[in-house]
Design a protein around this ligand. Structure first.
Ligand code: FAD
Ligand code: NAD
Length: 467
């Protein structure tokens, strides 16, 4: 039997951050992970490999379509699909090795195997060789993450009907790809594959892609992706998919309720993710699950069993790495006497297409629905000198400002480097800075950040001098 102050189950961005922070605070910590590499979904089959492929395919697309305008003539530009995937694997490896190093540096005990509770205070870790280690810890954190969800009639076989995990390591470049779901995974994967010449069709149930984001972002991104050749069909109701051997087929009803079918090399199912608690032995504990299968927690992120906490995708909400990380810091620091807060209304959402899409706070649709008065500050990238220099003029920044106090209600950006630009809006919103104060700070010239400055100027009620 091994005894710890804290045992963390799952090594994704929730789990590894929790383990490192607890060890930094001087607590004897164990991290239990069933796979041999650390980092969870994000590092192995999520954030990191997708961004590696997005970056590579962005370069390829640029070389094919944009170099000429910059005066760079190339005779042939060829895609090496094997190298594309090899580089991605190397990027993942560098990150997982970085985590191995951090475990050693912080003297965290790594236990390789599946963690399963036998009662409220005991965990058994079953290694791949069947060996069992019994763990007793004063406190536990469940950080077991999520797995891809599907829809009735669509069984994922991981061969032709695949998830994002298989899409990240396809044996060959597909000629055709059908993506069910035009959410974050759907549009990021559509970008990766359409840039390298795959015919991509997105079938989305809602009337807009990235439907949970501000509507203007979705309609703007749709136009950009369609211009690049992605076929986007909204208000489509998929009810069946079959593996036909060398292809797969999808049956769906379109917006006029007419029966349709489409065949492709692969069908990627990207309709959301579900919390993962399989094999965790929660039935042997008092830990309750919600109807949606998420682990139920209170405001302290403690489950229905005192001393067992849960964080990240497994508790639902925004299924994002930075949300899992913040919850990890919050739980560990609070549990060991350093309380702080998670600002759930300031969690950013980013889509790493090009241009990028990034958001924080309330959308215009939510403000209208809730009858909250607001002022809009909107500025286009086309009127920004740096964007013109870089030929990245698609998009806009839109800030939504409280009419009474000038506080930031929301910021929504589509454009080059939107992911980086939105971070200053997050800081502004987190620390309740007004639009006027945001506008009166210096912004280096010429930078994309000046798009934000102009949006804050307009949002604070003054006219921009640049439009
Ligand atoms: P996970 O990262 O899922 O980690 C859970 C870990 O627990 C896994 O390693 C699992 O093997 C382990 N585990 C589960 N059960 C047990 C058990 N019983 N015993 C031992 N180990 C167990 N988010 C972003 O913020 N930015 C992005 O760009 C982004 N891109 C994404 C791209 C894709 C394709 C996908 C699928 C997701 C992406 N996400 C992104 C979401 C992000 O990956 C998740 O929100 C994040 O990984 C959640 O972290 P977590 O720690 O809660 O769980
Ligand atoms: P999502 O919730 O972002 O999108 C799912 C999409 O599928 C939605 O647009 C939804 O309307 C659609 N849909 C649902 N049922 C459908 C049906 N029957 N037919 C057609 N469309 C249907 O989920 P996702 O894209 O699968 O991503 C899963 C999680 O991973 C998300 O929580 C996301 O935040 C996270 N993720 C984040 C990033 C990032 O931060 N850049 C990237 C990838 C994934």
């Amino acid at each position: 039997m091994e005894q710890y102050d804290l045992a963390v189950i799952g090594s994704g961005p929730g789990g590894y951050v929790a383990a490192i922070r607890a060890a930094q605070l001087g607590y004897k910590t164990a991290l239990i992970e069933k796979y041999s590499t650390l980092g969870g979904t994000c590092t192995n089959v999520g954030c990191i490999p997708t961004k590696a492929l997005l970056d590579s395919t962005h370069h390829y697309f640029d070389a094919l379509h944009n170099f000429k305008a910059h005066g760079i003539e190339t005779t042939t530009v060829q895609l090496n699909f094997t190298q594309l995937n090899k580089r991605k694997a190397e990027v993942v490896l560098k990150n997982t090795q970085g985590l191995d190093y951090l475990m050693k540096k912080n003297s965290i005990t790594r236990l390789l195997g599946t963690g399963s509770f036998t009662d409220n205070s005991t965990l058994q870790v079953r290694g791949n060789d069947g060996a069992i280690t019994t763990v007793k810890a004063a406190k536990y954190i469940i950080a077991t993450g999520s797995k891809p969800a599907t829809i009735p009639g669509v069984a994922i076989d991981k061969k032709r009907i695949i998830t994002s995990t298989e899409a990240l390591s396809l044996p060959e470049q597909p000629k055709n790809l059908v993506i069910i779901g035009g959410g974050v995974i759907g549009v990021e994967m559509a970008s990766v594959f359409s840039r390298i010449g795959t015919n991509v069709t997105i079938l989305e149930y809602a009337d807009q892609i990235i439907p949970t984001m501000d509507r203007e972002l979705g309609s703007s991104l749709r136009k950009i992706l369609e211009k690049e050749g992605v076929k986007i069909l909204t208000q489509q109701s998929v009810y069946k998919a079959d593996n036909l051997g060398s292809t797969a087929k999808v049956w769906y009803r379109n917006s006029s309720n007419a029966e349709q079918e489409i065949e492709a090399d692969y069908v990627l199912v990207a309709v959301g993710r579900k919390p993962y608690v399989q094999g965790l032995g929660l039935e042997n504990t008092g830990v309750q699950l919600s109807q949606r299968g998420t682990v139920v927690t209170n405001a302290a992120l403690e489950t229905t069993v005192p001393g067992i906490y849960a964080i990240g995708d497994v508790i639902g909400g925004a299924m994002l790495a930075h949300k899992a990380e913040e919850e990890a810091m919050y739980v560990v620091e609070s549990m060991f006497g350093h309380p702080h807060q998670v600002k759930y209304d300031c969690i950013p959402g980013v889509v790493y297409t090009w241009p990028e899409v990034a958001s924080v706070g309330l959308t215009e649709e939510e403000l209208k629905r809730d009858g909250i008065p607001y002022r809009v500050g909107k500025f286009p990238f086309a009127a920004n000198a740096r964007a013109r220099a870089g030929m990245d003029t698609d998009g806009f920044a839109k800030v939504l400002i409280d009419t009474k106090y000038g506080e930031i209600l929301g910021a929504h950006v589509i454009g080059a480097r939107a992911a980086d630009l939105v971070t200053q809006a997050i800081a502004g919103k987190t620390f309740e800075i007004t639009a006027d104060e945001m506008a009166r700070a210096f912004y280096p010239h010429p930078t994309y950040s000046e798009v934000m400055k102009e949006a804050w100027v307009i949002g604070s009620g003054r006219p921009s001098v640049n439009i």
